[in-house]
Design a protein around this ligand. Structure first.
Ligand SMILES: *[C@@H]1O[C@H](CO)[C@@H](O)[C@H](O)[C@H]1NC(C)=O
Ligand SMILES: *[C@@H]1O[C@H](CO)[C@@H](O)[C@H](O)[C@H]1NC(C)=O
Ligand SMILES: *[C@@H]1O[C@H](CO)[C@@H](O)[C@H](O)[C@H]1NC(C)=O
Ligand SMILES: *[C@@H]1O[C@H](CO)[C@@H](O)[C@H](O)[C@H]1NC(C)=O
Ligand SMILES: *[C@@H]1O[C@H](CO)[C@@H](O)[C@H](O)[C@H]1NC(C)=O
Ligand SMILES: *[C@@H]1O[C@H](CO)[C@@H](O)[C@H](O)[C@H]1NC(C)=O
Length: 368
């Protein structure tokens, strides 16, 4: 029976889309290496609601931990030590706008984040500590330079864990702005970031997720302190929810290339390859990730429902048929078993009778 269930599940899964979880790009530091792969551009704007899909053709799930979509949006759930559920966009933007409507995860040591990050470690961040329900942290990095600790700045706000808020980053070559619910908290100019050298300016993708900075077994004690203390995993699950992401690439590119990059890490050395962005096309396709269901006509929806019902009925019929067959086969087997037992008993009886009739018997037994 088990093998049948496995076979049925395999047959059923053949009807489901396969999810590609593998990361498409290897880490390659274009500041000092050549041949780093091109990056697909968004080349336009797109909104992701995560209320009926995780858009797995456009976003990639990373790391251990649960990410699922729900009516309220994408949920990133830390259930146990080692979980750091995250999704990242396959597309990159070279200057652009990111609006994230989200609710941060609670829990001491838990960090929720919505960031832009490049392959050479330029980064623009929103971060939330699970132990702090009054403040949000803004931060940035240029080329992974972590030596300066004045980059991060906290801002007081309405409870980020209890309500959804709109966190917007608007990033151009002239300035970076962080906005919460339409109020600008912070603006950074290149000259404030090591004369521009530490100013984020290479193509970045979007990374959303939660992790446990308070995991004492896996983190440095300073990280645990920064994150607000040790995480008590017996209080899990800790969930961050992202309702909407709006992304707008300020360049209308197909891809970005590192071909001309040098140690400067300057945006001027990023080669913009013009053309139609494949991921934007995927997003815009009526049959693509955005409106797969809604875009179908009523007739097509009915046909799909009918064929799903048909499939379920067929599977049920196969299962039923198999059970009946099993029962019949079982009955036959049971009868055969009884017959065999009876046959043995009968033979024994014959033997006993034979022995009784033959004094001394074959083995010298006189009686049984
Ligand atoms: C390139 O630079 C990074 C960061 O400084 C360094 O970790 C890496 O080893 C360097 N790679 C090469 C090939 O020099
Ligand atoms: C987003 O892009 C579409 C075209 O794909 C355009 O019609 C719309 O105005 C854009 N929206 C914003 C806010 O830029
Ligand atoms: C998802 O959210 C969007 C925006 O709020 C809404 O228009 C749409 O109907 C929702 N879809 C589902 C399946 O709930
Ligand atoms: C939250 O963070 C702010 C800024 O760092 C700090 O002043 C405040 O005390 C923190 N609150 C808690 C409960 O840790
Ligand atoms: C990193 O940034 C600091 C100041 O923010 C600067 O003094 C230092 O030279 C930078 N390091 C590199 C490798 O760029
Ligand atoms: C988020 O806020 C910005 C203003 O800061 C606004 O332009 C934008 O429409 C809002 N986005 C969403 C998805 O609510």
């Amino acid at each position: 029976m088990r093998s049948f269930i496995i076979a049925a599940a395999a047959a059923a899964s053949a009807f489901l889309p396969t999810t590609v979880l593998a990361q498409t790009f290897t880490k390659c530091n274009a500041l000092n290496e050549t041949g780093c792969p091109n990056m697909p551009a968004l080349g336009g704007n797109a909104t992701f609601n995560f209320n009926d899909t995780l858009y797995n053709k456009i976003w990639t799930k990373q790391n251990q931990g649960k990410v699922d979509w729900s009516e309220k949006g994408a949920r990133f759930t830390i259930e146990r030590r080692g979980d750091s559920p995250m999704i990242q966009s396959k597309f990159y933007m070279l200057f652009g706008r990111l609006e994230v409507v989200m609710k941060a995860a609670p829990g001491q040591g838990i960090v929720s984040s919505a960031i832009l990050q490049s392959e050479v470690l330029d980064e623009i961040d929103w971060e939330f500590l699970g132990s702090n329900n009054t403040h949000v942290l803004t931060n940035y990095f240029g080329k992974g330079n972590t030596t300066d600790y004045t980059r991060g700045k906290d801002y007081k706000m309405a409870p980020p864990q209890e309500e959804f808020h709109n966190y917007t980053i608007d990033w151009t070559k002239e300035r970076i702005q962080w906005w919460v619910d339409g109020n600008m908290l912070r603006e950074l100019k290149p000259e404030e970031a090591l004369n521009g050298f530490n100013y984020p300016q290479t193509p970045m993708n979007i990374r959303l997720g939660a992790w446990s900075g308070g995991d004492v077994e896996n983190n440095h004690i300073e990280t645990v302190k920064w994150a607000g203390g040790e995480t008590d995993f017996s209080k899990a699950p800790f969930t961050m929810t992202v309702q909407t992401v709006y992304a707008h690439d300020y360049t209308t590119a197909k891809e970005y290339s590192w071909e001309n990059m040098d140690a400067s890490g300057s945006w001027e050395k990023v080669k913009v390859i013009e053309g139609k962005s494949e991921l934007l096309q995927e997003y815009q396709k009526p049959s693509g990730v955005r409106n797969r269901w809604a875009a179908l006509s009523k007739g097509a929806q009915i046909a799909i429902i009918a064929s799903i019902i048909g499939f379920v009925v067929i599977v049920a019929a196969i299962v039923l048929f198999y059970f009946i067959k099993q029962r019949r086969a079982g009955a036959r087997e049971y009868k055969a078993h009884l017959a065999e037992a009876d046959k043995e008993a009968a033979e024994n009886l014959q033997y006993k009778q034979y022995q009784q009739q033959t004094p001394g018997g074959k083995f010298g037994y006189n009686r049984l």
